[in-house]
Design a binder for this molecule. Structure first.
Ligand SMILES: [Zn+2]
Length: 443
């Protein structure tokens, strides 16, 4: 592909690859990126009919990496955002997820969601499905067929005190058995030999699970090396619940159950202490920062700057449907805004000295890094950066697209261009989408 690209190879740094030739191998990995002799070399590919050339209005970016999506919640996106987390779960979310007992219903939801995420430029997503094995298997086959890189978990939740009878695992043993069955299903799935789809051990969160189940899932994590996803210290209620029940913090408890490792992704982490941050960093676990969802359900702004400065792995999540946008670009925008609110304070009635938290902001380049390379690091996958050996997961942003709010000028440098994309680009600007070198959306 002959293209002008922008990526963020390091946190806070962006790089412009102007008129570069991307050579992609049969395995979907980037073989080489030629910068000086690109046009000359491109002639060979053009002669073989194997050259894709982007227009001057189009810019190639790494695909977006969404670290936190609840697939069965897609039908309620944008609704019931005015109630507390615990009520939202019990009254809205659990009844909706329970409907995925009907695998055909679930599959219809999942088809629409995967199409929507690809159209928004999300090339890799970490999904919670539901407690239903068959419906979760359907999500895996849909992502595989559509070509989206996906990490998918069959949700485990067996605590009768916190989960309604209509939507919970009948026992820890059943939840363990079905978790193992799903891992085996994905690992032996025909067409998934390259590992586009990965299974994820998924305790919903500590409130939903008994200690017995959490121990069992920790054992599976140790035995299989699979990814783990769960929620951690999301809201005052959730953080306080774990302190009351376990006598230690969410992070400490998850570590004790054997659920924190290089392949663990914790959603939110808004209320983690300095000690918790050390545990998360030392286990090389990651945090999925979900700024839109946090605005509704977390009771506080995530201390993103502090996490980055302490070298915690962090990426972004939409948290569909706690967050009301399927766009990771929009969440990157809100990560910037939330950090600025934290820096400036939000209550004008307070004196400036009490209102502000200096140095809490992040840069546009960091927001972009979080949505791409940061997500790749969090997942321990070679994605999110344009470098040889990394997978060619990429999107085209087209400033000339119909309905565009993005207005690029020939005078814009790489930094200006990226800022404009983060702040004004939308689904309308997302053109072609590639995953592992395969065109999966657009033309
Ligand atoms: Zn969530």
């Amino acid at each position: 592909m002959l293209a002008t690209a922008i990526h963020a190879p390091r946190q806070g740094d962006i790089e412009l690859l102007s008129d570069a030739l991307f050579v992609i191998g049969d395995d979907g990995a980037i073989v080489d990126i030629h910068r000086n002799d690109a046009h000359e070399l491109a002639k060979d590919f053009e002669a073989g009919g194997r050259l894709v050339t982007l227009a001057p209005t189009q810019i190639l970016l790494p695909g977006m990496v969404d670290l936190h999506v609840h697939a069965p919640q897609f039908p309620q996106i944008g609704s019931a955002l005015d109630v507390p987390l615990e009520d939202w779960l019990q009254e809205h979310t659990f009844p909706l997820e329970a409907r995925c007992a009907d695998a055909e219903y679930a599959a219809s939801i999942y088809e629409t969601l995967v199409e929507c995420l690809l159209a928004n430029g999300t090339t890799a997503a970490m999904y919670y499905a539901s407690i239903h094995l068959e419906a979760t298997q359907r999500l895996a086959t849909i992502c595989l067929r559509r070509g989206q890189r996906a990490l998918i978990g069959r949700v485990a939740m067996d605590n009768p005190d916190q989960c309604p009878p209509s939507y919970r695992d009948p026992s820890a043993a059943v939840a363990e058995a079905e978790t193992r069955a799903f891992i085996n299903y994905v690992r032996t799935l025909t067409g998934n030999e390259a590992g586009l789809i990965s299974p994820v051990i998924t305790p919903r969160f500590i409130p939903s699970c008994t200690d017995d189940l959490l121990h069992r899932l920790g054992t599976i994590a140790r035995e299989t090396g699979c990814h783990v996803q769960t929620h951690c210290s999301e809201s005052d209620w959730e953080h306080g619940y774990v302190l009351d029940r376990c006598g230690i913090s969410d992070t400490q408890a998850l570590a004790g159950f054997g659920l924190l490792s290089r392949r663990s992704v914790l959603a939110h982490g808004n209320f983690v202490s300095d000690g918790d941050i050390s545990i998360i960093r030392d286990t090389q676990s990651a945090i999925a920062h979900c700024p839109l969802s946090n605005a509704y359900f977390s009771d506080a702004v995530f201390p993103l700057r502090k996490m980055l400065d302490r070298d915690v792995h962090v990426g972004l999540g939409t948290d569909i449907a706690g967050g009301a946008s399927p766009s990771l670009l929009e969440n990157a925008r809100h990560a910037l805004i939330a950090a600025r609110h934290l820096e400036n304070g939000v209550d004008a009635a307070l004196p400036a000295g009490e209102r502000k938290r200096p140095g809490a902001r992040i840069s546009t380049a960091e927001a972009f890094w979080l949505a791409t390379a940061g997500g790749g690091i969090a997942l321990d996958l070679p994605i999110g950066v344009f470098e040889p050996g990394y997978q060619f997961d990429a999107i085209v942003v087209d400033a000339a697209a119909s309905g565009s709010n993005l207005c690029l000028s020939p005078d814009d440098g790489a930094e200006d261009t990226l800022q404009k994309i983060i702040y004004t680009a939308s689904r309308a600007n997302i053109g072609s989408v590639w995953v592992a070198g395969r065109l999966v959306h657009g033309a």
